[in-house]
Ligand binder design. Structure first.
Ligand code: GDP
Length: 296
């Protein structure tokens, strides 16, 4: 289960604190040392951990002075509040262009779950009575177009393709025209995945970006890859100005590092989470719910 080890460790720390009628500075220091280790072990970025613990500690020391009847609980509340803050505060909504269609550009490394997420996103939009068009822009991976078409059929969303021989920039341009002519209010552009950050493909993404002028640029990253996912997000954000990150494979036993580091390291919020291989509507990312889940 996701965050299992982190949750167990934090519950342990707070279990000890909760029972105390009074907190000494030593109690707070000891608890913060354990929180720090738990976060590092969950693969949270070390700088993020350092800042987080410093913030909590600053407030927790105040609790000791306040002489609260339940100081341990107050410290847990502080951690809860700071975890929410760390993950971006409140949930964010998908963009909506003032003049439709709203264009969403999807990016990500191969295997991260980009195609699956594209279909899930379309489903989410359809559930909200929107009429999305999927544009098949990955002409490099054999069967990528077919995969999108199969998913499109499954969820009953049309897929625009010009095959493998037309450049993705041209496909995106014509796809957008098609969407306008057929009153689609959302366009989701699927792009080629990469094995790693690749200059040529990044350049292509920039050109597609230029042509479709997206309202939303979503990077799909695999939560199971922890700090690697965060580094990927950082590199993409530097080159493409992402508007959001989608964390996939949150149904797996990810330790939590990506969920807890992406926003702080990149400045870019996590907007959605994907929780399985089955195609169902994508879920919004709620920092508050995630923080509660982490605390168990
Ligand atoms: P792409 O190469 O980025 O387009 O990745 P795909 O969408 O083809 O997904 C790669 C693999 O990850 C497939 O086997 C998907 O079924 C699987 N996958 C995608 N999203 C999730 C998820 O949220 N949870 C799990 N467990 N598997 C996922």
């Amino acid at each position: 289960m996701a965050f299992e080890s982190l949750t167990n460790r934090l519950q342990n720390v707070f279990g000890k604190l909760r029972g105390k009628g009074k907190l000494s500075e030593d109690d707070v220091n000891e608890a913060m040392r354990e929180v720090r280790l738990a976060l590092l072990e969950a693969d949270v970025n070390f700088k993020v951990v350092k800042d987080f613990v410093a913030k909590v500690k600053e407030q927790a020391v105040g609790v000791e002075v306040q002489k609260s009847f339940t100081p341990g609980m107050v410290v847990v509340d502080i951690v809860h509040k700071e975890l929410i803050e760390l993950m971006g505060g409140s949930a964010t909504k998908i963009a909506k262009a003032s003049k439709p269609p709203t264009v969403i550009l999807m990016a990500g490394l191969q295997g991260a779950g980009k195609t699956t997420t594209t279909a899930k996103l379309a489903m989410m939009l359809m559930k909200g009575n929107h009429k999305p068009l999927l544009i098949a822009g990955d002409i490099y991976r054999p069967a990528a177009i077919k995969q999108l078409q199969v998913l499109g059929e499954q969820i009953k969303a049309p897929v625009f393709t010009l095959g493998n021989d037309v450049s993705p920039v041209e496909i995106a341009r014509q796809g957008l025209q098609f969407a306008k002519a057929n009153s689609h209010d959302y366009v989701i552009v699927d792009t080629a995945g990469r094995l790693q950050i690749d200059e040529a493909l990044m350049e292509e993404l920039k050109q597609i970006h230029e042509v479709v002028q997206p309202d939303e640029v979503l990077l799909v990253v695999d939560a199971m890859t922890g700090q690697e996912a965060v580094n990927v997000a950082k590199s993409f954000h530097e080159q493409l100005e992402l508007t959001g990150v989608v964390l996939t494979k949150m149904d797996g036993d990810t330790r939590g590092g990506a969920a807890l580091s992406v926003k702080a390291v990149t400045g870019c919020p996590i907007k959605f989470v994907s929780m399985g291989e089955k195609i169902e509507p994508l879920e919004s990312f709620h920092p508050e719910r995630m923080a509660s889940r982490i605390l168990g």
